[in-house]
Design a protein around this ligand. Structure first.
Ligand code: GDP
Ligand code: ZN
Length: 330
């Protein structure tokens, strides 16, 4: 896409000051930040005060992320293209809440949805891990959906029953088999035209699904491996892949999602990150109820009635305990 002032593109990856920006025609431009924008980075003082525009630009530069829409213009020498402007974001996936908090690290910008891929079997689904990822999506105000892949290995009705708490909480669940073809058209439809962060445990079939849906994309989706989850903070950059086909859209692979520390969420915000708990929490007797042992707790009452799934409630308690103790148990 072009307009009067330049070329608009989407940041696909970035390493060592070089950013790959993909434009609407599919061209990947390897560009750097334009000098003028870069200098703003130092937050230069003018007449004793930091100029507002400079400070704002500095924040933008520091936070340029995969998924950002940028305007490319010829650099000062007029020879090559460079990033001249970062367009306003619609959303972001970051490791800190609330948005804009000091030290916030944006993993991906302009994300429309988080797609969590688990397997019906091999490996066995791990509901606590699923709930943790849903909390991360909620904390970032991003809609999430769940893909239960490898349904060819199990009884379909059983798989559906096993994940029944999620559609009831508002999360769409898609039963798929990359091998047999179940649910593939539906998955193609929900990915099309949007920017999706795709993640899930290792071996659940993320790469198989993407490669079956979009042959030629040849995507090797990053994995959440058990060893990495033990608190090692390896930073691997996110990457964005344009989906072929008329609908367009992007899939973002963010290995960094595994280090989105849940423990950076204030514990008192956790109940709002479970939609079905959020729906009843205001009816608790105490405004600061943690829904554990407090009297007249509307959340426990909802669990007793069956309106809140017991396993989801247990996830809430477990994560709440973890946040309060600041000891991540990935
Ligand atoms: P990723 O680590 O999530 O990217 O998973 P892969 O796509 O690499 O798949 C892991 C393994 O599961 C591979 O051996 C795939 O062939 C297999 N696999 C992927 N999808 C399915 C499926 O729908 N059914 C079955 N039975 N196996 C699958
Ligand atoms: Zn309560």
């Amino acid at each position: 896409m072009t307009d009067d002032e330049g070329l608009i593109g989407t940041v696909a990856r970035g390493t060592g000051g070089v950013w790959h920006v993909v434009t609407a025609d599919g061209t990947v431009h390897e560009v750097s930040m334009r000098g003028r924008l870069k200098k703003a980075d130092v937050g230069r003082r003018v007449g004793g005060t930091i100029r507002r525009d400079t400070a704002a630009a500095a924040r933008d530069v520091l936070k340029l992320a995969v998924g950002d829409r940028v305007r490319l213009e010829p650099d000062e020498r007029g020879s090559t293209l460079a990033i001249a402007e970062i367009l306003p974001r619609t959303s972001r996936l970051a490791r800190r809440a609330p948005a804009g908090a000091r030290g916030e690290r944006v993993l991906a910008a302009n994300v429309d949805q988080v797609v969590l891929v688990f397997a019906a079997a091999r490996p066995e689904p791990h509901p606590r891990m699923l709930d943790r990822f849903l909390v991360i999506a909620e904390a970032n105000d991003l809609p999430a959906r769940i893909v239960v892949n490898k349904v060819d290995l199990v009884d379909l009705a059983e798989a559906e029953a096993r994940f029944a708490a999620y559609p009831r909480a508002g999360y769409p669940v898609h039963l798929t088999s990359a091998k047999r073809g179940d649910g593939m058209e539906e998955l193609r439809r929900v990915l099309g035209g949007r920017t999706s962060v795709l993640t899930g445990p290792s071996g659940t079939g993320k790469s198989s699904l993407i490669n079956a849906l979009f042959p030629g994309l040849d995507l090797r989706v990053g994995e959440i491996s058990a060893s990495v989850n033990k608190g090692r903070h390896t930073t691997v950059g996110a990457s964005l892949h344009a989906l072929p086909g008329a609908a367009g859209g992007f899939v973002v692979d963010t290995p960094g999602l595994r280090e989105v520390g849940m423990w950076e969420l204030p514990v008192e915000s956790l109940d709002r990150c479970f939609p079905e708990i959020r729906a009843v929490r205001d009816q608790c007797r105490f405004a600061d109820c943690r829904h554990g042992v407090e009297p007249d707790c509307a959340v426990r009452a909802a669990v007793a009635r069956g309106d809140v799934d017991v396993a989801r409630y247990e996830s809430y308690l477990k994560l709440s305990e973890e946040l309060a103790s600041e000891k991540p148990v990935w």
